[in-house]
Design a binder for this molecule. Sequence first.
Ligand code: SAH
Length: 219
Amino acid sequence: MLEREKLRLLELWESQRLVKDRHVLEAFRKIPREMFVPKEFKDDAYRDEPLPISAGQTISQPSTVMLMLDALEVRPGNKVLEIGAGSGYNAALLSFLVGSKGKVISTEIIPALVRFAKSNLKKAGIKKVTVIQTDGSKGHAKEAPYDRIICTAAAPVIPQVLIDQLKEGGIIIIPVGGAWGQTMIRGRKIKGQLETEDLGGYLFVPLRGRFGIDSRATE
Ligand code: SAH
């Protein structure tokens, strides 16, 4: 049943050419999303909908996750920073995309979700993701610079500190706007400046912390 629904989503993205990067489709095929949603939602793992995880947070709907990864253009060997580990699902897909020579660092501000992400990744047998409990709106300077940065919560503006932690030629994907709607932005760092492109309207949970919409830091 789950397998059939998974195939249906893959067929949809392929037929409508929504996802162009074949590695992104392959990552979706390989990583079991059902291991990253709360038990009670297992049967809904391949519905194209966001699902609640805990603390009012959500795992984004599959089409949104795929669109962001397609736009991120991850290459084997890349070092990637994620802001908002949540369930750990996106980090798992990223770890497939960077391959054995790459590195994925995923930050999460809510302690219960740090535990959730770590335990899901462990269950799924994914060892190459480092989940760090921290305010990711400030990035993670210790491992910078990054080839790619992906933020899975809504920011009021693109924090300059994230641009600073991006390599020259690197790409950042981040939803930018207010709490009730955002524009997905893809930025590429060229000669120290971000060249941005608008990828459409979305609705994400607010980024918390120092450079977030919601400054109730739970660090
Ligand atoms: N990528 C996740 C979905 C994330 S939902 C997945 O695949 O499941 C957004 C997440 O961002 C939430 O878990 C929220 O707690 C987290 N978050 C919000 N503000 C943050 C911040 N400043 N630093 C790190 N994580 C943050």
